[in-house]
Design a protein around this ligand. Structure first.
Ligand SMILES: [Fe+2]
Length: 590
C-alpha cells in the first residue's frame, strides 16, 4: 500500500516533520528505501553516474552550493505547475524550471533554490505552509514538494518563486480523512494525447469542471518523430526532434507537451493521479522487451532507453518519493483513498508484463495466451492488488489501468480474434483477478481503461462466453484526448463488435474524457466528447451516461444524450478514417 504504507511508517517513527522540511536532503536519507526492495529487480542494470534515487534519497555526491540568487535568460515557469497523489493531510506540488524548454531547458548546470507557498485563498493572503526546495540539474530542475500538515478534503492554492520570477498559481485538493463518510466524490479520467493529432481542447473543458481529482491512464506523450504517426487526414502540430531515445530527448518531448496551455490549465486546476501506458517509452513494449523494429533492439539498449524514459516521467509528474526511479525501474502502482467511499488502485501493466503472446497483434485463441503462468501485472503487483481488494471496506474499488479488460472478440464470424496486448492476451492474469473477485464476493469493482482511443462501456462477466454468468463489475473505457484525430461517433465495424460481444454496451469514437460521480449508492460515468480536435475551440457535450448501483453490478444507461453544437457524422463513412480507427481498436499504434 504505497501511499498509506509510507505515511504510516513516518507516523510510527515520529518523522512527520519530514513533510515540512522539503529541501533538506540529508533528512531524506531516513526515507524507508526498503520499499524499493518490493520492485521486481529482475531487470535492474546499474547505470553510470548518479541515479535519480541517489539524488532524491541523498546518497549522491552533492558538494555544490545552491543558487538562491539567480536570473534566468527567460521566464523559467513555462511548463506551468501541477499537483498530485493527494493524502488526507497533503499533496505533491510540482514544477520545473525551463526558460528554454524545448532545447535542454536553458538552465545553469547548478541546483537552484525554489520557494513554494500553500494558501487557503487564491490571493495568497492566508499562507498555511511554505518552504524551500532544490531544483537539481540531475532531475531536469524539476521540483517535487510533498507538503504535509494540511486539512483533509480541502481546497488549497500553491505557487513557486525562483529568483525574481513567480510561477502561475495552481489549485489542488487534499483527500478526505481516512474512513470519512463521503456523500460524493467527482473525478475525470483521460488518456492518449498524441500532440500532433489535435488540440488539447478536452483539457480546457476539463479544467472548468468541478472535480476532486484527475486520473491519467497513460500515453501522456508519444515517442515518435515528427509525422511518423499520422492522424487520418494529416497532423495539425509537429513533434520537435526525432523519435526519442535519450534522456534529453524525453525531457524535451515532455516539455513540448507541457507548454500546451490547455494541458497546463487542467494540471493547475486539480490534483492528478497518473500512470503510464506504452508510449511513455515505446509502442507496445513489454517489461524489458522492445517492440519489433525498435531503434533500441537489444535488452541493454532498451533498458537504457527505458531508464531515460522513466526518469523523465518522474521528473515531469507530481509523484511521491516512493516513485523515484532506480535505473530502469519505478514503483508506480499505488493506492489513493477517498474516505470510505472509494479506493483507486493505480496499476502499472507495462513494467512487469510478459511479452505479448503470438508475436503481438490480433490473434485467434492460442496456447501462449492461455498459459496461466503468464502475467500482465507481475506477481508482486497482483498480490498487492488482491490483498487490497479483500481487506478493503471502501464502497468502490477502482482499478485505474491501461488496457481493455473485458473480452473483446473482433471476429464477427464464428471464429475468434483478440488483442494480444490487452487482458485478452493474458488470460491467466484476468482469470486470477476476476476469479478472486467472484470467489470472495468483492463488491463494486470498477475498472478504468485507456489505450484504445475509443469510448466503450462493458460488463465484466464471471464467464464471458456465458452471458447468463454472474456480472462481477463494470469497465469504463475512455477515449483519447487527441490520438486518432477527430474520430467519429461510430463505425460499422465497431457496431458489429458490440453485436459480437453482448457484455459490451456502448461504443463511441470521438475524443474527450470520462467524468465520474461517485456516491455511496451509485457510480455515474458521463462520456464527455468533442465534435472535433483538429481545430481548436470545440464545445464539449455528454454523448452518453451510464450508472452502476452499489451492490447491483452491471451497467444501466442513464440520462439524455445532449445535442452537440456541431454534430459529428453519426456513422463514419470515410474509408481512411474507418481503417485508422479500427486498426487502432485492434492493436496498431495506440
Ligand atoms: Fe494511445
Amino acid at each position: 500500500m504505497p501511499l498509506l504504507g509510507i505515511r504510516e511508517q513516518w507516523n510510527r517513527s515520529g518523522m512527520e516533520d519530514l513533510l515540512s522540511v522539503e529541501g533538506n536532503w540529508r533528512k531524506r536519507r531516513v526515507e524507508p528505501v526498503s520499499r524499493m526492495g518490493e520492485i521486481d529487480r529482475r531487470t535492474f542494470v546499474k547505470l553510470s553516474g548518479a541515479s535519480a534515487a541517489a539524488l532524491v534519497f541523498g546518497t549522491g555526491p552533492f558538494t555544490e552550493k545552491a543558487m538562491a540568487r539567480v536570473r534566468f535568460e527567460d521566464y523559467p515557469f513555462k511548463l506551468g505547475v501541477a499537483s498530485g497523489d493527494p493524502l488526507p493531510d497533503g499533496v505533491v506540488l510540482w514544477t520545473r524550471l525551463a526558460p528554454d524548454p524545448l532545447n535542454d531547458e536553458g538552465m545553469p548546470d547548478r541546483r537552484v533554490t525554489v520557494q513554494w507557498q500553500v494558501a487557503t485563498d487564491e490571493r495568497f493572503r492566508n499562507i498555511v505552509r511554505e518552504g524551500d526546495a532544490f531544483a537539481r540539474p540531475e532531475l531536469a530542475h524539476s521540483v517535487h514538494v510533498e507538503v504535509g500538515g494540511l486539512a483533509p478534503a480541502r481546497e488549497y492554492f500553491y505557487r513557486f518563486r525562483a529568483g525574481p520570477d513567480l510561477s502561475p498559481a495552481g489549485r489542488t485538493k487534499t483527500a478526505p480523512a481516512l474512513g470519512a463518510s463521503l456523500a460524493e466524490m467527482k473525478f475525470a479520467f483521460a488518456s492518449c494525447q498524441q500532440y500532433e493529432h489535435g488540440y488539447f481542447t478536452a483539457y480546457r473543458h476539463m479544467s472548468e469542471e468541478d472535480l476532486d481529482l484527475v486520473v491519467h491512464l497513460g500515453d501522456y506523450i508519444y515517442e515518435y518523430g515528427p509525422n511518423q504517426y499520422v492522424a487520418p487526414g494529416g497532423n495539425v502540430r509537429a513533434h520537435s526532434g526525432p523519435e526519442i531515445i535519450t534522456l534529453s530527448d524525453y525531457r524535451n518531448r515532455y516539455a513540448q507537451y507541457r507548454t500546451d496551455e490547455d494541458l497546463q490549465a487542467a494540471h493547475a486546476a486539480f490534483a492528478w493521479a497518473v500512470t503510464w501506458d506504452d508510449h511513455e517509452v515505446e509502442n507496445n513494449y513489454a517489461d524489458e522487451v522492445p517492440e519489433a523494429g525498435s531503434q533500441t533492439p537489444t535488452t541493454e539498449a532498451f533498458l537504457r532507453c527505458r531508464a531515460a524514459a522513466y526518469q523523465a516521467y518522474y521528473e515531469h509528474m507530481p509523484l511521491r518519493r516512493s516513485s523515484v526511479p532506480q535505473g530502469p525501474d519505478i514503483l508506480l502502482y499505488r493506492r489513493i483513498l477517498y474516505g470510505n467511499l472509494a479506493e483507486i488502485n493505480v496499476l502499472d501493466t507495462r513494467q512487469y508484463r510478459d511479452d505479448q503472446a503470438a508475436g503481438d497483434g490480433t490473434d485467434p485463441p492460442n496456447p501462449e495466451q492461455q498459459d496461466p503462468a503468464r502475467t500482465l501485472t507481475g506477481d508482486a503487483q497482483e498480490r498487492w492488488l488482491l490483498d487490497g481488494l479483500s481487506s478493503s471496506s471502501r464502497t468502490w474499488k477502482v482499478l485505474a489501468q491501461q488496457v481493455f479488460m473485458a473480452q473483446r472478440d473482433f471476429d464477427i464470424s464464428d471464429a475468434e480474434r483478440y488483442s494480444m496486448d490487452a487482458w485478452d492476451g493474458y488470460l491467466g492474469s484476468r482469470n486470477r483477478i476476476l476469479g478472486y473477485i467472484d470467489e470472495r464476493n468483492i463488491a463494486n469493482p470498477v475498472v478504468l481503461t485507456g489505450d484504445v482511443h475509443n469510448n466503450w462501456a462493458n460488463n465484466l462477466k464471471a464467464n464471458f462466453y456465458d452471458q447468463s454468468s454472474k456480472t462481477l463489475g463494470v469497465e469504463f473505457v475512455g477515449t483519447s484526448v487527441t490520438s486518432g484525430g477527430d474520430g467519429a461517433d461510430t463505425t460499422p465495424g465497431n457496431l458489429a463488435v458490440i453485436e459480437e460481444n453482448p457484455h459490451i454496451e456502448f461504443f463511441n469514437g470521438q475524443r474527450g474524457y470520462v467524468r465520474c460521480t461517485l456516491t455511496p449508492q451509485e457510480w455515474r460515468a458521463d462520456y464527455r466528447v468533442l465534435p472535433y480536435v483538429k481545430q481548436p475551440g470545440a464545445q464539449i457535450y455528454t454523448r452518453a451516461s451510464f450508472v452502476t448501483e452499489a451492490g447491483n453490478p452491471g451497467l444501466q444507461q442513464a440520462g439524455e444524450t445532449q445535442v452537440p453544437s456541431r454534430p459529428a457524422s453519426l456513422v463514419e463513412t470515410d474509408v481512411e478514417r474507418i481503417r485508422a480507427q479500427e486498426s487502432a481498436a485492434r492493436g496498431g499504434r495506440r
